[in-house]
Design a protein around this ligand. Structure first.
Ligand SMILES: [Zn+2]
Length: 385
């Protein structure tokens, strides 16, 4: 399958995703699930009397999630949970903040060296390099254009609507509800994989004619779709840089431990890689029980993470066909990070990791859940950016 990035440019507010339990308003996710585009393909084929082809098209195209970007040709990514910013002056340097950096490689080296018996003169605590203040977790999305990094957030619009009965198409007891939608100011950029150009043109036709998300019949979700010029470093390059950078961070920390008499190796042994969730994932362990801890089967070897950072998140869904929310499950949140170590070399695992990235992890991957990046590029940003 070919992989391209696509840019979806909204022309009216978009609604998708999330329903707050027991409340009178419909919330929205700050990004677009790949599944909303798939819904548009199905509807478009149905409208054109091509129901028989739905299955074939849905099989021949894989839709990743689309994240907000100020520019359709720049890739936005969710911050990994290990990204931190200054508590008093948050934000990237070129936004006037004290800088945002990633703490994962330091955390890996620190925990692995401790397992190997290292003793550190001081406990690990990362301080802002500008003001020496405390750091805290950053969430949301970012883009990078040259040397300039920026946080991206979605703009929300609220509208009040009259509820329609799905059966009688009449207003139901004059019920009002408020709808929160994404304002049509930014672009949404994400990955799509498809087998032939034909599938891609059907996707564009479908999305532009049917709209995306909920309430398209009420003026929401009008969009334009095109290929984006954005591209991402390949898995093998990310994997290589991740291990190179880890080696540097490890060397410095090992040196610190040696100064107080610890006998520890100068270099990490084996290959390390991270799996980063770009969307929530519903995971189960080998006994079928729900879990937040990802394990991987890699070339016949079951790997447990040596380090991970996650938190639970309720995962719902929206059935476009029924206009109703889907049941919620508990999943691992977007931004979760799992680090694995293997004795296998980069060359031995790269192909498997490419396949893993293409397929995602856990359940309901066809709805955009469990989308991953192997070695999220932000982990390389150990310095403040
Ligand atoms: Zn600071």
């Amino acid at each position: 399958m070919r992989e391209v990035f696509i840019a979806l440019e909204p022309e009216s507010p978009l609604r998708t995703g999330k329903v707050k339990p027991k409340s009178d308003y419909l919330d929205t996710l700050p990004y677009l699930r790949g599944s909303v585009l798939r819904g548009a393909i199905a509807e478009w084929l149905k409208v054109n009397g091509r129901e028989g082809e739905i299955e074939k098209f849905v099989q021949s195209i894989r839709l990743g999630n689309l994240f907000p970007s100020s520019d359709g040709d720049i890739i936005p990514l969710p911050f990994p949970m290990t990204a931190i910013e200054c508590k008093t002056q948050g934000g990237f340097l070129c936004e006037g903040g004290h800088g945002i950096r990633d703490s994962l490689l330091i955390a890996i080296a620190y925990t692995e060296l401790k397992k190997l018996g290292a003793i550190f003169p001081v406990p690990m605590s990362l301080r802002c390099r500008k003001c020496k203040g405390r750091m805290e977790r950053v969430s949301g999305f970012y883009t990078q254009k040259g040397d300039c990094w920026q946080k991206v957030s979605v703009e929300l619009a609220m509208q009040t609507k009259v509820a329609l009965s799905r059966y009688r198409r009449a207003s139901q007891e004059q019920m009002l509800y408020r709808v929160i939608a994404l304002r049509p100011k930014q672009a949404f950029v994400g990955r799509v994989r498809f087998e032939d150009e034909d599938a891609f043109s059907v996707l564009c036709e479908a999305v532009e004619n049917m709209g995306v998300g909920a309430l398209t019949t009420r003026g929401f979700g009008k969009v334009k779709l095109r290929k984006s010029k954005a591209s991402l470093m390949g898995v093998s390059e990310r994997l290589r840089q991740f291990n190179e950078k880890l080696e540097k961070v490890w060397f410095d920390l090992a040196d610190l431990a040696k100064q107080v008499g610890s006998q520890v190796p100068d270099k990490p042994v084996g290959t390390y890689f991270s799996v980063d969730l770009l969307s929530p994932a519903i995971l189960h362990d080998e006994n079928g029980l729900p879990t937040l801890k990802l394990k991987l089967l890699l070339n016949g070897q079951l790997l447990e993470p040596v380090f991970w950072s996650t938190q639970p998140e309720f995962v719902g869904g929206w059935s476009t066909a029924w206009g109703l929310p889907k049941p919620t499950s508990l999943g691992a949140a977007m931004g979760s990070v799992y680090v694995f170590r293997t004795e296998q070399t980069v060359d031995e695992i790269v192909e498997k990791l490419e396949t893993l990235e293409a397929n995602g992890v856990g359940e309901r991957t066809d709805e955009g859940l469990g989308e991953i990046l192997v070695c999220h590029p932000f982990h390389l940003e150990v310095e403040q950016t």
